[in-house]
Design a protein. Sequence first.
Lengths: 515, 209
Amino acid sequence: MAQLTDEIASVLREEIVRYKSGIDVREVGRVLEVGDGIARVWGLSGVMAGEMVEFPNGITGLAFNLEENSVGVIILGDYLKVTEGDEVKSTGRLLSVPVGDAVIGRVLDPLGNPLDGKGPVVTELRRPVETLAPGVAERSPVREPMQTGIKAVDAMTPIGRGQRELIIGDRKTGKTAIGIDAIINQKNSGVKCFYVAVGQKDSSVAVAIDTLRKYGAMDYTTVIVSGASTAAPLQYIAPYSGTAMAEHFMYNGQHALIVYDDLSKQATAYRQLSLLMRRPPGREAYPGDVFYAHSRLLERSAKLSKELGGGSLTSLPIIETLEGEVSAYIPTNVISITDGQIYLQPDLFFAGQRPAMNAGISVSRVGGAAQTKAMKKVAGGLRLDLASFRELEAFAQLGTDLDAATQQRLDRGYRMVELLKQGQFAPMDTVDQVLSIYAGTRGHLDDVKRDEVADWEKGFLTFVRDQVPELRKRIDESKELDAESERQLEAAIAEFKRQRAAKTGGEAKQFAGAR
Amino acid sequence: MPAATTATTDTTHVDIAADRVAKIYAQAIVDAADAAGQRREVLADLGMLARDVLPQVPEAEAVFASPKVSPEAKAAMIDRIAKDRLQPTTLHSLHVLARHGRLGILAAVVAAAERLADERDGKRQAVFTTAVPLAAAEQERIVGETQKALSVALVATFVVDPAIIGGLVVRVGDTIYDQSVATSLARLGGRLQERNIHAIQNGEYSWHS
């Protein structure tokens, strides 16, 4: 015991000796009124817009509105603990969050506080939540592919590193699934992933985290959670703080992927804040700068130039539409900001086509530049073919007689649709994707029954892996499909078909014999 | 030099709307007083009314604020009370306030007018908080030193607050210069805590009993 008191005394003494008595200069104001996550503060005459302020109990706020006689502050934290008359200090700093390797594998709130019970985030590295996006000179064109492992996406709307691809669709159409699949597929690519859950049900977020953990994705992923029950200010800043954490890797020459799930909820939170702050409402009661709120966020995703290390930040913002209404305010805004969109449709979803991507209106403005040569070769034109197939299909439903050529196009289309179906949490290797899509687009599946396509594909990929591994290796290494590879692939398909026929034929014979 | 008083700048409850209106009237009154060359006299009159007279007759305040009493009646009342006793500019100012139904915020108008007058003189309001009352000489010295350090003329108010334990807290406008013992202790405590949390996080924690 004596030893303990001695130790405490020595630490205290040391601290007092080291203590430099300085004058604590601070600028203060007083809370006039508080409610719903915002406070009106009198005083703070020198505070700047976006500056962090401090309430008693260590609660932070952000100066949001500077008015003639008062300052509107959004409260980041428990606003019920702030009362009228509280002293508010300006800090002269911007809001920042911890970044770096320490945040990887963690579940954090938008201020960087841990929510996973694994103790504090130990790092000295911090980054301001709001920063300027890299300018024109600091960027280079998007070229490298960011594989999502989803056949339909990688083949038809390829995403490049540094691209912003919107995932848009009604509720329950598999939007989150695409984001989660994309994260799971980054397992061996060295890409750091960030999943920002804004305004989501805590139960859904728990499921997402559990899924990521189950597939080993939490080793390189950070989840930033601001659930439906958190105050609007936190929901509003969550995407920005997630981006700050991801940017750290981009500016250090690494690659990062961030999924914003979803930005329509963030826009709603921002609308709430703005209305409480009495900013004038515009269309759908959103404030006039809701476009800027999203554009300055998404502009921060970029592919940096070589001089800056060539890092990248890819973002997959998610927008939920109501009844397929893409011409609502927020969807049109975000569509115009992003470099393309993946449009998910409920009727396709319920018809069993999953991912329920509508090939006609889904696009990627980066396109082929973000595909490997092999993929570009096999999948070129696939999207347009599939879109025209959809039209043809609608026409064929009228029951008119079809000529042979049309029927053949229909059959090909049906098989491609089957081929592009893919289970959840089963991302596919790029080479496998190339092999499958090659077989489909070159008509090798035309004689396979529609309900056997999935089985055929599975068998074929196993066959290639087991019996012609040199072909896989060749495509994998060269990333292209040259004449020689193509010849080998044709031969492999022929051989597989022969074996399969023999097998099923044998089974049929056995079956007949047993009878 | 004013003696130690209780805080006159109570900023806990502020009516922004009244403050805003008061500023406009204050500017008009100060301008009018300046034009008449009687700023000091007018402000003294108003200050006396707002701080010394009205608190003694709370009913008068209620009458001034009430919209039920007509502006004419208020004007007549002002004439009866103040004619010949106050400066003509003060009287006119009160009449203007009465006519616009703003007599109720007289105190806010006076405070704003005094602030504005100080501002025009290049002076700033300062509140000095100490744990124990200071002697007049000490007060003068502190104000002098502070004026020198900030290179600005100050209108000082002294407040005693034992909660700061010791030292001095100066508030000029919205800025607080705090060298109180209470704040220093809080900072020291925070630093100790922070350092030990850091030690625990880095596994350097060495206290074993």
